[in-house]
Ligand binder design. Sequence first.
Ligand code: CTP
Length: 402
Amino acid sequence: MLKDKNILLAVCGSIAAYKAAILTRFLVKSGAKVKVIMTKAATEFISPLTLSTLSKNKVFIEFTEGNSGEWNNHVELALWADILLVAPASANSIAKMANGLCDNLLLATYLSAKCPVYIAPAMDLDMYKHPAIKKNIHTLSSFGIHIIDAENGELASGLVGEGRMAEPEHIVEYLNKKLSEPLPLYGKTALVTAGPTYEAIDPVRFIGNHSSGKMGFSIAESLANKGAKVILVSGPTSQTINNENVLIQNVITANEMLEACLNIFPKVNIAVFSAAVADYKPTLIATKKIKKSSSSHLLELAETVDILATLGKQKKTNQVLIGFALETENEIENAQKKVVSKNLDFIVLNSLNDTGAGFKVDTNKISIIDKHNNIRKFELKSKQEVANDIVNEIIGIGLPTH
Ligand code: CTP
């Protein structure tokens, strides 16, 4: 399973760092391409020369290279990796990873990584038992990071217990096992709508809204990471996505989004409508720029087609349909009505009354209301974590196979 995989091995400051040499050797022998990043503390436990010789690649330690000042591009390193394996993961690095700290190259690379991340903790037994460590490991696990549990045995302190890094052969076995497990949405297809729509008034003006597209792009990414093939129909946004399982179809108007969705929806298992579609568009689009002629100007608007409601009518029993509702009053009640009127499996409600939720921010606070009127409220989280929660809810429905 590891053949030709790009593995970025991140080595932290722990006595178990000496095992990174054997681990690198095993990974290379399995056919993986290995690059190593070390924290400065790790270099005190094992020489970078050992790891560069075994990995046949330069070892990355600092943001910049010695005298040349050349930048070690952490974003490029992270994008290169198919797997980021932090082994050993020290208590200090685990805490920083759980809290988004970024004071070395290893952490900057971790924060830039889009690939699956695995950590193999290593520390003394009492540290490993400490509630702060347990909490940090739990936080990393909630981000979708795979935890390769520490093992029981003799520790560097002389004590015996749980805390020593999993043996390199066990880490390789773990990776092989994980890579051979089918992803929960493998073989499924999904349609996601994202961003705003622009409805032209004249050649220079339009009616739009503040949607950034972040939520929809994060959902597309999360679905793809769980194995689905995704078509992302997006209105005008500055978001980008770099995932071979996501195909973007750009549209501008509500009508273009409707046409694209009508075409795609019959072929997919899952559809998530996070786009902020214009409810109205100008009845007529002026062919020439409208000149300022009086102190007021009336613009006649016509309703656009409700794409979600249209597809709700076409929905088959083997399809899952998810909508969004952005409400400012009677939130739950309004959202419940939309679940019924648009024939949804569930709706994701966010309220503009919640700080940190809504447009232009990187966070969101949602409630999920399903067709059986179950309501689940979530904490304020990053949009990528919210996307993971939504996708886990979809997986929880148990997609029909017929
Ligand atoms: N939606 C859509 N097509 C439209 C309008 C909305 O597909 N023309 C979808 C959105 O992507 C979202 C859901 O419908 O998933 C709810 O959108 P919203 O604008 O909140 O609901 P409306 O039914 O338009 O009601 P209102 O604006 O009155 O709240």
